[in-house]
Design a protein around this ligand. Structure first.
Ligand code: PEP
Ligand code: MG
Length: 762
């Protein structure tokens, strides 16, 4: 049963269009359940009617041409109840409605199950029999399971169906296809897409128009030949260790390569316009599908041989392809299935107009980096047919988390107005650079920046930052192919410390793990955010920790503006251990003759356990910095990187606000430095509430800094406290943000944050 379910889901997932996907479902389900009829009805979101989309058993000519009203028939009853309806004789049920022309009159028994995706009923899957008999429990359970598995695929096919069928040559323009994602970094980008992808992964290869089909065909044949030779060599090398049976496997590989059907199909796809890598992906995937469908387990296994061969041919093709940085002749919108910080590191920053990632969420580290660089970004655009968007015109709306493909002139004009307004706002912000961040009634806040890139330094100073509240050292670690040496680290940290001296620079020890992987130090865990992350990794690897601490201290020689911060602290022992090591490193560096002072040491409060031990921690260190990103994730048990639960991730959740308030309350009289360096501090709404609670140092991306300053300078502490009092009474996160939006509008400060048109562009 499980393998049958898996096979059906695989086939449907690989379908090239919505109608093909639905057709596979009705055909396969009818066969699997030995039903006489299987049909799919989908909800038309405009009329709320249930449209018969595909059928086996009823009159197929009616598919797409006939529908049931929202309150008509058994199908809509299934939809309204969002529960299965299983009847021995449908005809005698009061909701039965005969659909003329379908031939349904013959069928008496009826089982309909809803197709639900993200709480929304997308449609109904129905099976029917002529004779009067109830479908048994096993059959009902099978259909429910299948429907639950297919709902996501159908939702995806529905959302992308409009363009998945296009050949690369047939590009419509002016069609405004819209895809919803999650805001990653505010701003608007209008430009052309460039799809980036990790090497040697056939599944993520985009379709792209071939610029020279003849050359592509030649490259493909050369790659094919190279793989043939690789296999022959491998076969000869190990043949004496293999049995005849095992040796035969190599012959199978060679046969597949020599079989002209695969090579011929790839060549044909190239001649039709796709580039060699895209053509290869199409053909290999289609053949894998065929093998997967076979009942014989031996033949099904051949699918993995084919996948392996496909990957080998691909890597030879990719050896010839230009590398990432050569592909950017003009500033573009970078699209990827899962953009990573290291991918960004390979692209010149001035060539990035906007970013779109299918996976990830607003608090993924790539989104945080994008905010630091001021690049409009949409994350978690799950339904985006990204593989088909190379060189396609796009608009990225980082305010609302939307991506438009093939935008019309009118839409481009609308968005251009927002871009112009953004420019005006930027000019206004310029005038604030040297003014203090002070409320109307004289309350002074210090605004620091979060950095990670060396390019951040000039940008941050330019925007009036008073220090660095968080330097994420993992960023320079990510863009290398091995750990940087102690000497290399000294140079990197010195840049930051020197750039800001005499202002303080808070350097955080390596916080890898979670969604921050180093390409050369993979950590594979089922639950990475609850696993080996941050201080847990570095305390287990003293060589990494000590080299980093020594490098930080050496880099501060003569400047004396270093503060060291420890991430992911969940208990007092970790701090005690780290402090002892830092003291040891300091003594060593001093002994080597460097002019250094013992730096201030602080910890991040970002795990709920630390909130409850904040006093004990405060006694050990010089400062505390609240990481609201992780604190939100761990308090709410919502993965900050998972687009599926992104709606639940909310730093304005009353529990998060109460935790933040309680931290200040607990340490108000301790004399310990206290700041917030999570993304909430850079959100003007968050900054007002944090200031009202009593936080007086906020650290944020340099992009957010002028916005926060503009807002704080236009509000009084009294107003902020009144706002805090009002929202602390609320029990829903949405109510908090709605109330704050209203209060900020009434205080006339909302206009300082974003262009006025961002809420009503389409
Ligand atoms: C945080 O968790 O709020 C934080 C600032 O650290 P990071 O986003 O790097 O985990
Ligand atoms: Mg964190």
């Amino acid at each position: 049963m499980l393998s049958l379910l898996r096979r059906i889901t695989q086939e449907v997932t690989a379908a090239q269009s919505l109608s093909a996907a639905l057709d596979i479902i009705v055909r396969r389900v009818r066969r699997a359940m030995r039903a006489e009829v299987c049909s799919i009805y989908l909800v038309d979101t405009n009329t709320q009617e249930y449209v018969l989309m595909a059928t086996r058993g009823l009159n197929a000519d009616m598919a797409g041409n006939i529908s049931l009203k929202a309150d008509e028939g058994l199908v809509s009853l299934v939809g309204r109840r969002a529960e299965p309806v299983n009847l021995e004789d449908a005809h005698i049920h009061p909701s039965f409605h005969y659909l003329k022309g379908t031939g349904e009159e013959r069928y008496r028994s009826f089982l309909g199950v809803p197709i639900i995706h993200h709480r929304q009923v997308l449609g109904v899957l129905v099976v029917q029999h002529e004779d009067k008999r109830r479908f048994d429990e096993g059959e009902e359970a099978f259909l429910i399971t299948l429907s639950a598995q297919l709902a996501g695929v159908i939702a995806h096919a529905e959302a992308t169906g409009a363009i998945t069928n296009l050949s690369p040559n047939a590009i419509p323009s002016g069609s405004d296809f819209r895809y919803k994602g999650i805001p990653g970094s505010s701003g608007v980008a209008i430009g052309r897409g460039v799809v980036v992808f990790p090497p040697a992964d056939l599944d993520v290869i985009p379709d792209r128009i071939s610029t020279d089909p003849e050359e592509d065909i030649q490259d493909f044949y050369q790659a094919l030949d190279a793989v043939r030779q690789d296999i022959r060599r491998a076969s000869n090398r190990i043949s004496q260790h293999l049995s005849a049976d095992e040796k035969a496997l190599f012959d199978v590989y060679l046969k597949i390569l020599d079989d002209n059907s695969i090579a011929g199909e790839v060549v044909r796809k190239i001649q039709e316009g796709n580039w060699a890598q895209g053509a290869l992906r199409q053909v290999i995937q289609a053949h894998i599908q065929q093998f997967n469908r076979m009942d014989d387990p031996y033949l099904r296994e051949r699918a993995s041989d084919l996948r392996d061969l496909g990957r080998r041919i691909l890597s030879h093709l990719q050896e010839k392809a230009p590398n990432l940085s050569e592909r950017f002749s003009e500033p573009s919108i970078i699209i990827g299935e899962e953009l990573t910080a290291s991918m960004l590191g390979e692209i010149p920053i001035d060539k990035i107009k906007g970013l779109v990632s299918v996976m990830g969420s607003g608090n993924s580290h790539v989104a945080i980096l994008a905010r630091a660089m001021g690049i409009p970004t949409v994350m978690g655009a799950l339904d985006l047919p990204y593989a088909q968007l190379d060189k396609v015109d796009l608009i990225v709306d980082g305010y609302l988390g939307k991506v438009y493909t093939y935008p019309s002139e009118a839409l481009i004009e609308n968005y251009q107005q927002i871009v112009d307004e953004e420019r005006q706002l930027e000019e206004e912000y310029e005038t604030l650079k040297d003014l203090p961040c002070e409320t109307l009634d004289g309350r002074r806040l210090s605004l620091y920046v979060n950095t990670g890139l060396s390019a951040d330094i000039a940008r941050s100073l330019d925007r009036g930052a008073e220090g660095i509240g968080l330097y994420r050292t993992e960023v320079p670690f990510m863009v290398r192919d091995r750990f940087p040496t102690e000497a290399e680290q000294v140079v990197i940290y010195r840049q930051q410390l020197e750039g800001f001296a005499p202002a303080p620079v808070t350097v955080r020890t390596l916080d890898i793990g979670g969604d921050k992987a180093l390409p050369y130090f993979p950590i594979n865990e089922a639950n990475p955010f609850l696993g080996w992350r941050g201080i847990r990794v570095t305390l287990d690897h003293l060589e990494i920790f000590m080299a980093q601490i020594r490098a930080m201290i050496k880099a501060s020689a003569g400047l004396h503006n270093l503060k060291i911060m420890l991430p992911m602290i969940s208990n007092v022992a970790e701090v005690e251990e780290a402090l002892a090591l830092i003291r040891r490193a300091y003594a060593e560096v001093k002994e080597e003759g460097y002019d250094v002072k013992m730096p201030q040491v602080g910890v991040m409060i970002e795990i709920p356990a630390a909130v409850y031990q904040v006093n004990e921690l405060a006694e050990l260190v010089d400062f505390l910095s609240v990481g609201s990103n992780d604190l939100t994730q761990y308090l709410l048990a919502v993965d900050r990187n998972n687009p599926r639960v992104a709606d639940l991730y909310n730093s304005f959740h009353p529990s998060v606000l109460r935790a933040l308030y309680s931290i200040v309350d607990q340490v108000r009289d301790e004399g310990v430095g206290l700041s917030v360096c999570g993304e909430m501090a850079g959100d003007p709404m968050g900054a007002i509430l944090l200031m009202a609670m009593g936080y007086d140092v906020l650290s944020m991306s340099s992009t957010s800094l002028p916005k926060v300053k503009a807002v704080i300078r236009n509000i009084s502490m009294g107003q902020a406290q009144a706002m805090l009092d009002e929202v602390m009474k609320l029990s829903h996160a949405e109510a908090v943000t709605q109330t704050m939006t209203r209060l900020m509008r009434e205080a006339n400060i909302e206009r300082l944050i974003r262009p006025s048109k961002t809420n009503n562009v389409d």
